[in-house]
Write a protein that binds this ligand. Structure first.
Ligand SMILES: C[S@@+](CC[C@H](N)C(=O)[O-])C[C@H]1O[C@@H](n2cnc3c(N)ncnc32)[C@H](O)[C@@H]1O
Length: 245
């Protein structure tokens, strides 16, 4: 999945997500410096640290390790994976005083661990999954954790004036942004902004509990995978609106 030149170009823009994040590695964390998002980032950090406390976590698409570093402060262990070595190189250089983090280059769809993990985290990845590919994505994440295990996704809400504007929308309802790297390269990046109902619909029948935590700029979805004994079922999402707290 590496390399941008062979991929589709639309309106002169590269749409290779893997290449985009590879090239963006050194400038990626600027997104976490936006002043208006700091209160949400702190609240989200506290929420994630509580959710993953003492847990054995598999992190998919960990990127530069912004959340890895925070979750590692309370988790028992983290195996942090990403498809791009360039971002892992940055993640490896963060401080992990508990020495409980291992990194691995891996395409999430190729992950095939010897045993499922207790919990899984994916930060800012859901938004990049085409709507039509969400069933496969959810099935894969659920397979990577033990029955009754915890899956957590976090992503952006669209906030006018703070989010990059939507550039285009396809016939499936997927939205794209036009993004430019510091070297001038422009990319067409698939970026969806699901609301609570969209998340509930996507996860219908695929989890036993679902909690939706809403901040002003972000959302966190926490679900428990079905246990083999009870079979597929679905409990209505419990919403915790954390915006402006
Ligand atoms: C928006 S970044 C999120 C990084 C990090 N989780 C965070 O929240 O800061 C998306 C990440 O997904 C990775 N990625 C994209 N497709 C992937 C795949 N199929 N398997 C694993 N990682 C992937 C990219 O390399 C990139 O680091």
């Amino acid at each position: 999945m590496h390399g941008s030149s062979a991929r589709t170009r639309l309106n002169g823009m590269n749409d290779d997500l893997t290449a985009y994040y590879d090239r963006r590695a050194t400038e990626y964390e600027a997104i976490y410096a936006k002043p208006e998002r700091q209160a949400d980032l702190l609240a989200a950090t506290q929420a994630l640290q509580a959710i993953f406390k003492e847990k054995e976590v598999l992190e998919i698409a960990c990127g530069t390790g912004y959340w890895t570093e925070k979750i590692a402060q309370t988790a028992r262990s983290i195996k942090a994976t990403d498809i791009n070595e360039s971002v892992l190189e940055i993640a490896r250089h963060k401080r992990y005083p508990n020495q409980n983090v291992a990194f691995e280059v891996a395409d999430l769809y190729q992950l095939n661990p010897l045993r499922p993990s207790e919990a899984l985290f994916g930060g800012f990845l859901w938004s990049h999954i085409p709507l039509q590919a969400l069933p496969k994505f959810i099935q894969k994440t659920n397979e990577l954790v033990a029955a009754g295990g915890t899956v957590v996704m976090m992503d952006n809400r669209y906030v006018e004036g703070s989010s990059t504007p939507i550039f285009s929308r396809d016939e499936m309802g997927n939205t794209c942004q036009r993004r430019q790297l510091q070297n001038g390269e422009t990319y067409l990046v698939l970026k969806n902004f699901p609301n609570q109902t969209d998340l509930e619909n996507a996860l219908q029948g695929k989890c036993s509990t679902l909690q939706y935590i809403q901040f002003q700029y972000f959302w966190i979805a926490v679900w428990q995978t079905n246990t083999h004994t009870t079979g597929p079922c679905f409990c209505a999402a419990k919403t915790q609106n954390a915006a402006n707290q």
